[in-house]
Design a protein around this ligand. Structure first.
Ligand SMILES: Nc1ncnc2c1ncn2[C@@H]1O[C@H](COP(=O)(O)OP(=O)(O)OP(=O)(O)O)[C@@H](O)[C@H]1O
Length: 270
């Protein structure tokens, strides 16, 4: 018999008076002569599904790493739930769940062990961790993989177990760098549903993605970052105007490059 699906809450615009969960002000970061982030300001309210888009190398990962306390900014401040991330990193990290860009998981553990240690490290008791691990494994379709080493997981399974670990302590803010990369379409729908329910119950998601359709569908707000600066930010409708988000993105990101001078590619080597 087909599994009955619980209705997914429609992505509503969050209450404009809801408390600010994430506040980013004047954030800057350079690597040698490369300016990765050149003064970013962002404000994200509770119950918001906030998308960050930008071309390759725009500074999205660098920004999210500074927001979550993983990379020290050269200048600027970040507060999460009123806590200064760089002033009180321990307290701030308690209320943040992170799916980083380059996953460095303890992959010699099984999925079950990784979930267990993620929960215990976040201060949850044994019974709670086991209960939540079972719930997360079901929600992410990882029940059959729980007793296998994470090192043997596929890229998509690894992404899902890392996302489950990021959520186990029910954080106020989830910061997800490319959460849908490598995730199959069915799993992506399931993960989206999980995130939408989390947001509908007052949680806040900030995610980066190259999937314009996805951002347009699930996010209520979006920021377009190009060369380390926010070029547009607001509700999806404010940012895209009369265009699609993709068209607006391409316009702001500098337009398409015409593939000239590549004639050699059409004269095959054999
Ligand atoms: N550790 C580092 N050392 C040197 N340069 C770095 C480092 N991390 C990022 N950069 C540079 O900073 C810039 C922004 O990189 P970042 O990874 O933040 O971009 P991104 O928007 O996440 O890109 P993508 O969409 O390709 O993931 C790039 O020019 C990148 O080469």
């Amino acid at each position: 018999m087909p599994r009955k699906r619980t209705p997914v809450p429609v992505a509503a615009t969050p209450d404009p008076e809801a408390p600010v969960v994430l506040s980013v002000s004047g954030l800057q970061k350079s690597f040698g002569h490369t300016v990765a982030v050149s003064g970013i300001d962002l404000e994200v309210r509770a119950g918001s599904f906030f998308g960050i888009v930008g071309p390759n190398g725009a500074g999205k990962t660098t920004t999210l790493s500074m927001v979550t306390g993983l990379l020290r900014p050269d200048a600027g401040s970040v507060t999460v739930n009123g806590i200064d991330v760089w002033g009180s990193p321990m307290s701030a990290k308690r209320v943040i769940g992170v799916l980083p860009d380059r996953l460095r998981l303890f992959d010699r553990l099984t999925g079950a062990q990784l979930l267990y240690y993620s929960g215990v490290l976040r201060g949850l008791d044994d019974v709670t961790v086991r209960q939540r691990s079972a719930d997360l494994a079901t929600a992410f379709g990882l029940e059959d993989a729980l007793n296998r080493l994470v090192a043997d997981y596929s890229a998509g399974m690894t992404k899902k177990i890392a996302l489950a670990c990021a959520m186990i302590h029910s954080p106020r803010l989830l910061v997800l760098d490319e959460p849908f990369e490598s995730v199959d379409p069915v799993s992506a729908v399931n993960v989206t549903e999980i995130l939408q329910k989390y947001v509908a119950s007052g949680g806040t998601v900030v995610l980066s993605s190259h999937g314009m359709d996805l951002i347009q569908r699930v996010c209520d707000h979006v920021a377009i970052i190009v060369q380390g600066a926010v070029l547009a930010s607001g509700t999806i409708d404010e940012v895209r105007g009369e265009k699609t988000l993709e068209e607006r993105f391409i316009e702001l990101a500098g337009g398409r490059k015409v593939a000239e001078g590549m004639e050699w590619l059409h004269s095959f080597s054999d």
